[in-house]
Design a protein around this ligand. Structure first.
Ligand SMILES: [Fe+2]
Length: 305
């Protein structure tokens, strides 16, 4: 599948105001009007010229609802639907109403083997009002690489490889081999990873662990970190740098039981010269102290002090 990265994400929320606070006041997203064709209701957040990149749907539950993976055009979209169906994946073609709500030319929905909801789409609507967010002066890194990445906790890395590599067409960038467990990072664009997973038994169980968005300016990340501390937003990983991407980032706990990572300067790879790497260490150059990395260390080695 000719994937062009993570195009958008959708979140369900009992308290959309909490998401407005986290998204706009802390992380620096721009509140948007959403697609002009959409039904009223969701909160829409912009990161660039697109009508939206993050939708918060008011509802009964706080939950990550869907990840939308972009394809470049109709031909690639139809080929993507065909490939999924050929591999036995149940695909639901988007209705007129769903296309209007997502603000795309076409969309199809399906689940991975772990019941996470995914969509493929093409033809996202552009908002001609220039992107401007008071807390993201430098903007976000999205051009040609998607809005960021999504990391899932999965019960089986081999089932995940089968689905996301063989069926969906992501390509492995690198992985951490921790005895029987591991973490795998995969790309579809120059972005080091658009999707990743860990097969550790982390608290909260399988499902989405975090979504990462990338600021173009280090100062925007630093100022967001200050705002998160001032607003007493739970910081589940302090500022730090992963060893593989090596993104400088921090993580906050979000409503819905997952985290949001705000990063800067993540590695962009050149597919033509890239060789898959294997790591065996902790995964950090420095920092990222807090509940999230602690839970990984604990799950890898429950006997450790
Ligand atoms: Fe991440």
């Amino acid at each position: 599948m000719e994937l062009r990265g993570l195009g958008y994400v959708g979140i369900g929320s009992r308290e959309p105001e909490a998401w407005r606070h986290l998204g706009v006041d802390i992380m620096g997203l721009m509140p948007g009007d959403g697609p002009p064709t959409a039904e009223p209701g969701p909160l829409w957040f912009r990161m660039d010229e697109r009508c939206w990149r993050v939708a918060v749907h008011p509802g009964e539950a706080d939950a990550f609802m869907y990840a939308g993976w972009e394809l470049p055009n109709r031909g690639a979209f139809e080929a993507g639907v065909d490939e999924l169906q050929r591999c036995g994946v149940k695909v639901r073609r988007g209705s007129e109403a769903l296309r209007a709500t997502r603000g795309v030319a076409d969309v199809a929905q399906f689940d991975d083997p772990f019941d996470n909801h995914h969509e493929i789409f093409y033809g996202a609507m552009i908002d001609e009002t220039p992107f401007a967010a008071p807390h993201a002066g430098g903007g976000f890194v999205t051009d040609g690489v998607g809005m960021g990445h999504a990391l899932y906790v999965v019960p089986s890395s081999s089932d995940a490889l089968d689905f996301f590599v063989r069926i969906m067409g992501f390509r492995v960038t690198d992985e951490f081999a921790w005895g029987p467990f591991g973490a795998v990072f995969l790309h579809a664009t120059p972005r080091h990873h658009s999707i990743a997973w860990i097969d550790l038994p982390l608290p909260g169980g399988p499902g989405l662990n975090h979504v990462m968005i990338e600021a173009a300016s280090l100062a925007d990340v630093g100022r967001a970190y200050d705002r998160a501390i001032d607003a007493k937003v739970p910081i589940v990983n302090s500022l730090g740098q992963h060893s593989n991407d090596p993104m400088l980032s921090f993580y906050v706990g979000a409503p819905g039981g997952f985290n949001v990572e705000l990063g800067w300067n993540g590695l962009m790879i050149d597919e033509r010269t890239w060789n898959v790497r294997t790591y065996t260490g902790r995964g950090e150059l420095w920092g990222h102290r807090g509940d999230f990395m602690d839970s990984i260390a604990e799950a890898k080695d429950p006997a450790a002090p």
